[in-house]
Design a protein around this ligand. Sequence first.
Ligand SMILES: [Zn+2]
Length: 317
Amino acid sequence: MGATGYFTHPDCWKHDMGPGHPECPERLSAIEDRLLITGLDMALTRCEAPPAALSDIELAHDRLHVATLRGLSDGLRKSVAAGGAAYTALDPDTSINVWTWDAALRSAGAAIAATDAVIGGALENAFCATRPPGHHACRDKAMGFCFFNNVAIAARHALERHGLERVAIVDFDVHHGNGTEDIVAGDERILMVSFYQHPFYPAGGSVSSAPNLLNVPVPAYTKGMDVRELVELMWMPRLEAFRPQLIVISAGFDAHREDDMGQLGLVEQDYAWITRCIQDVARRFAQGRIVSCLEGGYNLSALARSVEAHVRVLADV
Ligand SMILES: [Zn+2]
């Protein structure tokens, strides 16, 4: 089987949203440490994430949203240089520092470069260990730790720049990918399948708002075995009928039972099992092409172990 890419960039460590914030740079360090300790890094092709072109980001976002974030970032740099506060809050959960703009470009750029590499055949699949995450970022606003919607940008890039006709987005984060849904609802070239804890953050998500979305809300305390059954019964037939040419994953690991950010009961083996299901569809219809982008996952140990399980399946080791 083909090579597995591992995309990241030092700027993704420099973005931070303040002391004690769960979406912290140590998340990436925990992942890197785990891959090194287990030797899994030897099986991966390490790739530097380039900055995304604004024209690609604007395949998924309003120009005004992009310009606003850039303006806030420029303003913060000037104010920090003049001795002002280090952060600008966009909502109660989401702030920028002087590195956020660069990190957000690298995070989206990783997803785009990984898409280019798997479509071009240099890689079979790829994992983007980047932050900020993206699946709450809507067409016209940042929210929930997210600024640019990395998976929606990658999917649109594959459709618009490479001429693909069908791209699936799979989201297994504990939270509903409301931003991705906002951007891709009604775009029949994209099928989005997801499960998430419900009712929970963010509001909404109790039904699928368009025919190209398959939302599977599950109650708090649902265990991995029950999630697996839902994946088998609901996701798989839709994915097989859609015959995707590329699968992009919103890979959040906060549904892990040790992660206090949510109340679902998944463990590492569940992430491996779900990844095998996705890989099975990708190998049957999409030449194995998978671009997986880190979303949530806030218990550092559980996050690192879960990413290892996920990437092991991608890399066949
Ligand atoms: Zn999440």
